[in-house]
Each structure stands twice: as structure tokens, then as C-alpha cells.
Design a protein around this ligand. Structure first.
Ligand SMILES: *Cc1c(COP(=O)(O)O)cnc(C)c1O
Length: 405
């Protein structure tokens, strides 16, 4: 099919909330996506951190196909054969005790917020608790998740949102401390901010937050929807610092491509918060998506994916640091593992770079603050990083102001 036609036909019926790039993908293989015209694109975005194993992984696909033929869906009113294994696997790799499966990241956040509120309600005998969230955070598009998202542009038209949220500056402990009062029940943050601009929390900030939570009886909520599941070279980022949250959210790579998320909590929280009737979902954690979760975790463990990321991250970082050295408009690099951002000067709009990269056959993303974001599939090898460098070098060179040596 002619791609122009496909785009026009799609726009006729789709609600226009995305300015989509003019490309129509048809299939994928390994690290590459192919459009309807057969052009190959090296994928350094992984469907925004979802497709951890790239495309066409036979073990992953077989697990899903087997499940499709066996059983797609039963209600959460019943058990099914894949339920216990998937729940055990998520708790084991996340270091948490109890899990609730959702259909998306935003829903995992909703569950985390409700759990924190219920915990406060049980403990104090009343509602009306407050939550501290971070500026430049991103937690999703539902009303609850937007309420803790520190981006005015996303929030403004939808006010009033959920009340009782105060914002503090990320990596600024005194800013967080100044927002704590008698009503505060929880602090929510991304250990590595994603949409906000690929900003890792400093170790001092996280350990300071942990102490603030202890001293004030607050729950610590880590949103690891983007940074978790192997992306930083740890199964979850909290394990890097050994700062365990009370509530952890995951999604994106959790199912390797099937729509699934989860919030997982400690026994301490589980014993004193949600009870039957407090929460539910029709699809969440159905047999089909949990086959994806189980296969993803099996593959991560069997193939030592986090270790692979840890091993190759320095090579990716050196490659990106080369761009910082060679192009004056590339002002810096931030990130952890396979979650990396190049900070571009205001002179070069990141959207233009992302568009041109696509023309040149490389898929990358943008993030807040004019950051070029790279989230390759976790199976990326040295040769893929080299291939990315070759294309991105051409792209950046086309934006003038070059001083190569
Ligand atoms: C993507 C993302 C979400 C929202 O996930 P959806 O599946 O799009 O609802 C929440 N938090 C973080 C950190 C994310 O990156």
C-alpha cells in the first residue's frame, strides 16, 4: 500500500492527539523496523522503551502464540494457570511482596496513588492526605497520573485535577523537605526522569528522600515504568542504590510489547491498605498479557539482559560523548545504561533532529528540555551502536556548526 494513502485514511478517523511522523511501519526484525515501502530503520526507541528484545524474538513470540491458542482471557474473579508464576516472577525481580497487574503505566500510577491514600486512611482514621511529586516528572495521562505530573502544559486544560499534590524540585532535598506537612503520606518520583529529559536522581538525593520518608512516616513510591526492567543495567533502579521503595510501578518493557503494567508493594503496605472491593480491573493481568510478562522475565534472566546492558553501557556512553566533543550544539549527555539523553542547544530544535534521523533511517526520541532521547532495545550489540553512530553523525553534521577533527 502507498504510504501517503495509508496516512490520509488513518487521519480521517483517528482523534488527532498525535502529530505522527509520516512513516507507516509494517514489520520488524531484530533491531530494525521496516516501513510499507521496505525501507529499514534502526530502532533506538524500542516503542518508547517497550520492545526490550527488539522484533521477532522466537522464544517471546512462541510463548504468546501458545497462550493465544490456550486461553486469552478470564476475569479476575477467577484464578488462571499463568497467574501465580507471573506474580511470583514480578515480585522476585522487583524485590517487592505483592503485585497488582494493570493495562498500562498510567493505571499502575493510579493504583499506587490509591494504595498510598488508603494506607494513610487506615493508619490515621481519616482521608485528606497529601502527596509530594516532582517538577518535570511524567506519570501518565489519566487524571490521577496527571495530578502528579510536573508539567503545566499537560495539566492546565484539565484542571481541577486530583487535589492534595505538592510539587518539589527533583534532586533538591530541601525543596522536598519544605513541602512536607502533617498531611503528607507519600513521595512519588522516577529514579531516572524519562519524559522530563533523562535525568537520573543523584544517590544523595535518593538516600536523603529515604531518610525523610522514615522520619516522617511517608511512603516512597518509585515510578520505574520507563527506567525499570533492565534498562539501566539493573532489573530495577532501586537495586542500584539499595533504596527500596514501599510502592513500585512498572509497565513499558514489563510485557515486552503486550499492554501490561503493575504496581507492586511491600508486605508492610499490603497489610494496612487495599482490601477486597478497593480496586479492580477487567483485563488487568489476563492470561494473554501474563504470558508476555512471564516470557519477558524468563528471557531477561536466562540471557542475562541487565548484565548485557551494564557491560555495553560504557560503549554507548563513549559513543554519545563523542558527539558532545564533536558538535558544539550537543551540550552534554545524561543517563544510565540504555536510557540516554543528548542535551541539545536551543538553536537546534530536537524535533527537527528526530525527524531527520527518521529520514536517514534511525529512530530516536525527544524528551523535555531539548533532549535527544535514546532507548534502544536491550539486545543492542556493539555493531548496532556503531550503526547508530554512523547515521546520527550524518544527521548531526547536516545541522551545520560542525567542528570535527
Ligand atoms: C510512559 C510512562 C508512564 C505512563 O505509561 P502509559 O502506559 O503510557 O500509561 C508513566 N510513568 C513513566 C515514568 C513513563 O515513562
Amino acid at each position: 500500500m502507498d504510504d501517503r494513502k495509508f496516512i490520509e485514511e488513518s487521519e480521517k478517523h483517528l482523534l488527532h492527539v498525535y502529530n505522527r511522523f509520516p512513516v507507516v511501519f509494517d514489520h520488524g526484525e531484530g533491531m530494525y523496523l521496516y516501513d510499507v515501502c521496505g525501507k529499514a530503520y534502526l530502532d533506538f526507541a524500542a516503542g518508547i522503551g517497550v520492545s526490550a528484545f527488539g522484533y521477532g524474538d522466537s522464544e517471546y513470540e512462541e510463548a504468546l502464540c501458545t497462550q493465544v491458542k490456550k486461553l486469552m482471557h478470564v476475569s479476575n474473579l477467577y484464578y488462571h494457570t499463568g497467574l501465580s508464576e507471573a506474580a511470583e516472577a514480578v515480585c522476585r525481580v522487583s524485590g517487592m511482596d505483592k503485585v497488582f497487574f494493570t493495562n498500562s503505566g498510567a493505571e499502575a500510577i493510579e493504583g499506587a496513588l490509591k494504595t498510598a491514600k488508603k494506607y494513610g486512611y487506615v493508619r490515621d482514621g481519616h482521608a485528606g492526605h497529601e502527596i509530594i511529586a516532582m517538577n518535570h516528572s511524567f506519570h501518565g495521562r489519566t487524571v490521577g497520573a496527571l495530578s502528579v505530573t510536573g508539567n503545566e502544559h499537560y495539566r492546565e486544560p484539565f484542571a481541577p485535577l486530583m487535589g492534595g499534590v505538592r510539587f518539589a524540585d527533583f534532586n533538591d532535598l530541601s525543596s522536598v523537605e519544605s513541602q512536607i506537612n502533617d498531611k503528607t503520606i507519600a513521595i512519588i518520583l522516577e529514579p531516572v526522569q524519562g519524559e522530563g529529559g533523562i535525568t537520573p536522581a543523584t544517590e544523595e538525593f535518593l538516600s536523603g528522600i529515604e531518610i525523610l520518608c522514615e522520619e516522617n512516616g511517608l511512603l516512597l513510591i518509585f515510578d520505574e515504568i520507563q527506567c525499570g526492567m533492565g534498562r539501566t543495567g539493573n532489573m530495577f533502579v532501586w537495586q542500584e542504590y539499595n533504596i527500596r521503595p514501599d510502592i513500585l510501578t512498572t509497565a513499558k518493557a514489563l510485557g515486552g510489547g503486550v499492554p501490561v503494567g503493575a504496581f507492586a508493594i511491600t508486605d508492610k503496605v499490603a497489610r494496612a491498605s487495599m482490601v477486597p472491593g478497593d480496586h479492580g480491573t477487567t483485563y488487568g493481568g489476563n492470561p494473554f498479557v501474563l504470558a508476555g510478562v512471564k516470557a519477558s522475565i524468563d528471557i531477561m534472566e536466562k540471557r542475562h539482559i541487565p548484565e548485557h546492558v551494564r557491560e555495553l553501557a560504557p560503549y554507548l556512553e563513549q559513543t554519545l560523548d563523542g558527539f558532545v566533543r564533536d558538535f558544539e550544539f550537543v551540550e552534554g549527555r545524561r543517563g544510565m545504561g540504555f536510557m540516554q539523553g543528548l542535551i541539545l542547544s536551543e538553536k537546534i530544535p530536537v524535533g527537527d533532529v528526530v525527524s531527520r534521523a527518521l529520514d536517514y533511517g534511525l529512530i530516536v526520541l525527544s524528551a523535555g528540555g531539548n533532549v535527544l532521547r535514546l532507548l534502544p532495545p536491550l539486545i543492542a550489540e556493539k555493531r548496532d551502536i556503531d550503526a547508530m553512530r554512523e547515521i546520527l553523525e550524518d544527521v548531526l553534521r547536516s545541522f551545520a556548526g560542525v567542528n570535527t577533527h
